[in-house]
Design a protein around this ligand. Structure first.
Ligand code: ADE
Length: 290
């Protein structure tokens, strides 16, 4: 793989010799799953520990995730944390030791919920949603899509008693540098991003392999009919029927957008010499403007 850096733009053949071509075959997720594949397809189960199990009802009834559930490719199982409390008020939080604002999720109901889910699937990965976690990414989504069981804990209030984190959580995950009122929206985001990478979830014409981030770059622009809209036309190359020109244009627009908006991604993207030359031409002001 060629790694982009200001240095790599200047050098050439040496990197090419160790580079993995961008045409390296990738798993084909762009076709519908066959019946025999479906029968043997591994199901990915998301267990979600939450005090708001109904939060998940409507979002899971729509779109790609709903279809994946219907096809039996993923399972989403909201678990009501209050079912693991033992007091009359079904309490899940308490005041923090040491004082201060807000409440903390108590350890016992969480520990009972995790233990009971792990009794069914001992190898489940336990993920806690929290703004202090590792930032969720396409790489993590890919890793999760290969798992068979994930237990998501949706934190609320100021957070979760640290002893649960220390002893029972495998990974803390954040969906961005902002604070949500709970982990539930984060769980939905992750379920959506992971599900579309599970083999068979996306049918023909919905390939995840062309999504932004799939090859480490932002996706190129798209156009559809009409040919002219508010005086704006579709780039001529897309009407040309010349598939290799179209592929080159898309690659270059993808590189251009990534350079403009997320240059950090170029550090880890798979780039060949043609890509590097194109990036150089933009930086030198030689590339044609879109
Ligand atoms: N809980 C609160 N804020 C969060 C965030 N940014 N990501 C994940 N879980 C959260």
């Amino acid at each position: 793989m060629v790694r982009y850096s200001s240095k790599s733009l200047m050098s050439n053949k040496r990197q090419m010799s160790s580079s993995k071509s961008k045409s390296t075959p990738r798993p084909d997720r762009s076709r519908a799953i066959t019946k025999s594949e479906k029968d043997s397809a591994p199901v990915l189960t998301f267990d979600i520990i939450t005090i708001f199990p109904d939060f998940f009802s409507s979002p899971l009834e729509e779109g790609v995730v709903a279809k994946a559930i219907e096809a039996g490719l993923i399972r989403v199982n909201p678990v009501n944390l209050r079912d693991f409390t033992r007091d009359r008020h079904r309490t899940t939080d308490d005041r923090p030791y040491g004082g201060g604002a807000g409440m903390v999720m108590t350890p016992e109901p969480l520990a009972r919920a995790i233990t009971s889910l792990k009794e069914i699937n001992p190898n489940s990965r336990v993920v806690l949603f929290s703004p202090r976690g590792e930032i969720f990414s396409h790489e993590i989504a890919k890793e999760f899509s290969r798992a068979s069981h994930l237990i998501f804990i949706c934190g609320r209030y100021e957070g979760v008693d640290e002893r649960v984190v220390d002893s029972m959580v495998d990974q803390e995950l954040s969906i961005g540098d902002y604070v949500l009122s709970g982990g539930e929206p984060a769980a939905l985001v992750v379920i959506d991003a992971v599900s579309r990478l599970v083999p068979g979830v996306l049918g023909c014409g919905e390939s995840a392999s062309t999504d932004s981030f799939a090859d480490g770059l932002l996706e190129h622009p798209h156009y559809t009919r009409p040919r002219e809209f508010m005086g704006l036309t579709v780039p001529e190359v897309l009407l040309s029927g010349d598939h290799s020109r179209i592929a080159r244009w898309r690659r270059q627009e993808s590189l251009r957008l990534t350079l403009e908006r997320r240059p950090d991604l170029l550090e880890n993207a798979e780039l060949d010499q043609e890509d590097l030359d194109f990036i150089s031409s933009i930086l030198n002001g030689r590339a044609e403007k879109r």
